[in-house]
Ligand binder design. Structure first.
Ligand SMILES: *Cc1c(COP(=O)(O)O)cnc(C)c1O
Length: 413
């Protein structure tokens, strides 16, 4: 780990306070030109005593705007203190989590995984427009049928065809024969450029796609492609649970990655992350964004700087060893749970590196699923799966209640 370490609370707090001091201070400075201020002080008291020890909340009240992208060119100078912290967060994620070389990345804290995925596809689409003068009809998105619905959204918004690739029912891996057939058909229909979305943890199964299945085939067929990793679900788990993982920037074929800090990292909602290699993000420059100092290379406009502070606080409060321990505990609970299911011969899918267990619905009575709030794959009569996500608050004792309920029912049946 180059940049990521554990830092004590007092030090973190003074780091954030320093950063806030470098930002424009709406309370004390004269700043006349921004349609912005600190949060309304009739409602959000800036002198509340608890704010003193709560750097993230203090930042919410100060309300810095991180509009634009701060890894490229210049940025809005009014908020340079906290923007620097955003850059530090991105550096830890790019270099320490995902094996990027120093200074070789761009990115930003997006409002969520959906935006980060749309941004990724937007960047690739415009790359193909600029480099090859490609038409939208010549570009296709390839993604497995277990892929998150933000990809169909991107396909719709960006006017690109999405080609869904079937997965095998039991192990949720991409069906290579279907993939080859679909790509051949696409080429016959005039597709020349492919945007591949590989999942590092699907939402329903936690299954992890092997990106080589896509890239090996596309290369043998001599086709042009760009590869994005959707790690919205698994990005804060998989790199620590599978230290051998090659699904990162050490693989030169990976161009960009999405990670959601508001899922496994337990940051506030509104905190996704988009990371890419240098040389790509400028494809989505909005030239008309003239009132923003520096260049706007992001899909959203204004966004809260407090979200970057929240991620900074979480990452540096734990440090790499603390985080590894936290993930290890979740995986131990998941192992325990799977063992109980095995003993009852209840079939399920689980990626050994993930904290999600997706159980055949045929073995879970509906009332039990509802009682324990298990999430179905489909909210209708065709549902075939229920998932259990082993989060921080899902302790063995609560898992045991579910196991006992299932055991009880098995006895009766
Ligand atoms: C949750 C999720 C997303 C979308 O994230 P939001 O933060 O809800 O916008 C994208 N991909 C995967 C795999 C996800 O699990």
């Amino acid at each position: 780990m180059k940049y990521w370490k554990k830092i004590g609370h007092n030090k973190l707090q003074s780091r954030i306070e320093e950063a806030l001091k470098e930002n424009v201070d709406f309370e004390n400075d004269t700043s006349l030109g921004y349609p912005a201020s600190k949060l309304d002080d009739k409602v959000f008291y800036s002198d509340a005593p608890f704010l003193k020890d709560a750097p993230t909340l203090k930042t919410y009240v100060a309300n810095p705007n991180h509009i634009g992208c701060h890894t490229f060119g210049s940025s809005e100078s009014a908020f340079k203190g906290t923007q620097e912290i955003e850059r530090e967060v991105l550096q830890v994620l790019a270099v320490d989590f995902f094996k990027m070389e120093d200074e070789q990345f761009d990115g930003y804290i997006a409002p969520g995984g959906t935006e980060a995925n749309i941004q990724a596809i937007w960047v690739f689409r415009n790359f193909y427009h600029h480099k090859f003068d490609a038409k939208n009809s010549e570009i296709a998105i390839l993604a497995s049928d277990d892929t998150h619905y933000s990809i169909p959204k991107a396909s719709n918004i960006l006017s690109l065809d999405l080609l869904g690739i079937p997965v095998k029912y039991k192990d949720r891996t991409i069906d290579p024969i279907a993939l080859e057939r679909i790509i051949k058909e696409a080429v016959a229909n005039g597709k020349k450029y492919f945007i591949v979305i590989a999942n590092m943890g699907t939402t329903m199964f936690g299954s992890v796609d092997d990106p080589d299945v896509y890239t090996d085939l596309l290369e043998t067929m001599n086709l042009d492609y760009k590869l994005h990793i959707d790690g919205a679900y698994g990005g804060f788990v998989y790199p620590f649970s599978n230290l051998q993982s090659k699904i990162n920037f050490s693989n030169p074929k990976v161009s960009s990655i999405t990670i959601d800090a508001h899922k496994m990292l337990q940051a506030p909602y509104g905190t996704g992350v988009y990371l890419s290699r240098k040389g790509l993000i400028e494809n989505v420059l909005t030239k008309e964004a003239e009132y923003v100092e520096g260049m706007d290379l992001t899909l959203c406009g204004s966004r809260s700087g407090a979200n970057a502070i929240a991620v900074y606080m979480i990452l540096f409060t734990y440090g790499p060893y603390g985080w590894y321990e936290k993930i290890s505990v979740l995986l131990m609970r998941t192992n325990w749970f799977c063992k109980q299911l095995d003993q009852m011969s209840i079939p399920y899918f689980r990626n050994e590196h993930m904290n999600i267990v997706t159980i055949y619905s045929s073995h879970i009575p509906k009332d039990i699923a509802e009682k324990f709030d298990l999430v179905p794959e489909q909210h209708n009569d065709n549902n075939k799966w229920y998932k259990v996500v082993i989060m921080d608050h899902v302790e063995i004792d609560s898992l045991l209640e579910l196991i006992d309920a299932l055991k009880e029912r098995l006895k009766l049946g």
